[in-house]
Design a protein around this ligand. Structure first.
Ligand SMILES: N[C@@H](CCC(=O)N[C@@H](CS)C(=O)NCC(=O)O)C(=O)O
Length: 371
């Protein structure tokens, strides 16, 4: 225990040193420019060995890290509320743990800030378009929940310069913009090199800033996860800034794999189970056609649904939750399809034919059995 406290102190000193003198690049691990420490939580009143589950229950609110400006995933509204796919998974977790989908404090974080916010205990969970990578899973000190959205990196340019069949070789000589502290900047640097294209990469703090530069013509292209490009293009069309065919997203086959999902501090198996099974509950509900409207009826006729939503044979209390934890998730927030369709259909993202379709319809969205 003493050693752990000493390690935590060292981590704080490292953070202060980084904040005072260094740039993000001084501490860049191989795949991430955003992290200065991998230490255990040093804040938020969490004692050594205590699960985040107890911290959240005692506090009575969930602190959920989001972007706040990721179209359709987490967008801070003028009244301060946060909407989107990631925001709804925060709500699902709050409904499971606290019985109240609104018992949340959202924290808007840039890509650079997100892992430090988790390491320091400022947030309990991160739901911010975050890609599961080996370095984040190991040296950065994170653990990853099941993927909630299978994405891939693409580029967006003007139709007079690029087309849907453009490739990375075609971006030779171009200025590309994206946000810092992301897999995006690493992928495009490597990808362009392999394709033999010389590019000028400009990284800014947030993706909306990259979009502003693209609109102003300072950048020839923007690049990020495909969902982000689709969302930003849909917003520009909706706001009358462009016509549907003015900007083009390419290449059709993304240049990377970006499995996005919830992230938590490593080595907290109790909390990991809770976050993971909250995601799984939304997926199992979806597999069974269970919705906010019919969940109680389905519990009568389907033994797995009965267990998962608090009936005979329930396993939620063994995880430190109320038996009805996942019933609250479905009733207050909905199944995976409810969450997906509500947030992503409006910007033109559909499950059909994508990796985000259910496993029995050719997709990758799959949950282990609730038994
Ligand atoms: N998935 C990548 C990229 C994440 C990312 O920053 N995505 C952009 C595009 S949607 C974003 O969240 N932008 C909103 C912002 O900058 O706040 C990662 O984990 O590094």
């Amino acid at each position: 225990m003493k050693f752990q406290r000493f390690a935590a102190m060292l981590a704080v000193l490292a953070l202060i040193a980084a904040a005072c003198g260094g740039t993000a690049d001084d501490t860049t691990p191989p795949d991430d420019s955003s992290v200065t420490t991998t230490a255990a939580p040093v804040d938020a009143g969490q004692t050594d060995g205590e699960s985040t589950l107890d911290v959240v229950k005692n506090r009575g609110t969930l602190r959920c890290g989001v972007s706040g400006s990721a179209v359709a995933f987490s967008e801070t509204q003028p009244d301060g509320s946060v909407t989107g796919f990631d925001a709804d998974f925060c709500r699902a977790l709050a409904a499971a743990v606290l019985g109240d989908a609104n018992a949340i404090e959202f924290r808007a974080l840039t890509a650079q800030e997100r892992f430090d916010a988790l390491s320091s205990g400022e947030i309990d969970v991160l739901m911010r378009n975050t890609t599961w990578t080996q370095s984040r899973d190991t040296e950065v000190g994170m653990d990853f929940a099941p993927t909630t959205y299978y994405d891939g990196q693409q580029l967006m340019g003007r139709s007079e310069q690029f087309s849907a069949s453009s490739t990375l070789a075609d971006v030779d000589g171009a200025i590309l913009c994206t946000n810092a502290g992301t897999t995006t900047e690493k992928n495009i640097t490597e990808g362009a090199q392999v394709a033999g294209a010389t590019i000028q990469l400009e990284t800014v703090e947030t993706f909306p800033e990259a979009m502003e530069k693209f609109k102003a013509g300072t950048c020839d292209l923007v690049t990020t996860d495909g969902s982000g490009l689709v969302g930003n293009k849909a917003t520009a069309v909706r706001d009358g800034e462009i016509t549907e065919d003015e900007w083009v997203i390419f290449p059709t086959a993304p240049i990377s794999k970006e499995p996005l999902g919830p992230v938590y501090r490593q080595n907290d198996s109790t909390w990991a189970d809770v976050v993971n099974w909250t995601v799984y509950a939304t997926i199992i509900a979806d597999e069974k056609g269970i919705t906010q409207a019919n969940v109680e009826e389905m519990m009568e006729v389907d033994p797995e649904a009965a267990r998962l939503f608090g009936g005979e044979g329930e396993l939620q209390t063994a995880m430190g939750l109320d038996a009805e934890a996942f019933l609250n998730v479905i009733k207050q927030v909905g199944s995976y399809t409810d969450i997906y369709n509500r947030n992503l259909n409006p910007v033109g993202l559909f499950r059909e034919g994508s990796f985000n379709a259910p496993f029995n319809q050719g997709g990758l969205i799959y949950a282990p059995p609730a038994r």
